[in-house]
Design a protein. Sequence first.
Length: 236
Amino acid sequence: MPNAHPVVSREAWIAARKRLLVREKEFTRARDELNRQRRELPWTPVQRDYVFEGPAGAQSLAALFDGRTQLIVYHFMFGPDWEQGCKMCSFWADNFSRIIVHLNQRDVSMVAVSRAPIEKIEAFKRRMGWEFRWVSSIGNTFNHDFNVSFTPEEMAKGEVDYNYTMQRFPSEEAPGISVFHRAASGGLHHTYSCYSRGLDMLNVAYHYLDLVPKGRDEGALPWPMAWVQYHDRYGA
């Protein structure tokens, strides 16, 4: 934050704040409209019978709904040969546990999915103190089908299909969010997926940082989230 930041009277501050409030209200209305359009997207059927490994054994995608009609999946970067989950995904996951009970009241279940074996997932989950449901997709093509895991052949080509475009990506695993609906007939539909900056909506910490004078304060870093550590490693 520059030392020469303007300092004004309370009256001048209120006037400036009211001018910004007009813009904030415009943004809120634009966000409401965008949310409405998101809900009106067409749906597409889920074509495969995905089976995941959880702590208690095999579970189908339908079972992950836990009796509800809506399911949010966080695609957590944790490859089969990794020893721990991604730091950045862990930053997002720190927002999950205590909100899921509220989502459940609105007919929404939430689960994290990774390609790591369930034993590694459970060990990392215990270390981090998380309570949300997290399953392994190591035995199916779920991550690849939803464009968050890439084969060695795809990586060798230099570009992968991520965030609805072909682009260079530094890892064989990528983050994302996918949303599904379960019809009364039992049929499953994919309703929405987002990636990259679209994931900001799930990170409460970033929304708080956007309110403070220094903001996210990432401009001078080698890359935006270079400061992020596992929550049990800060100060270590």
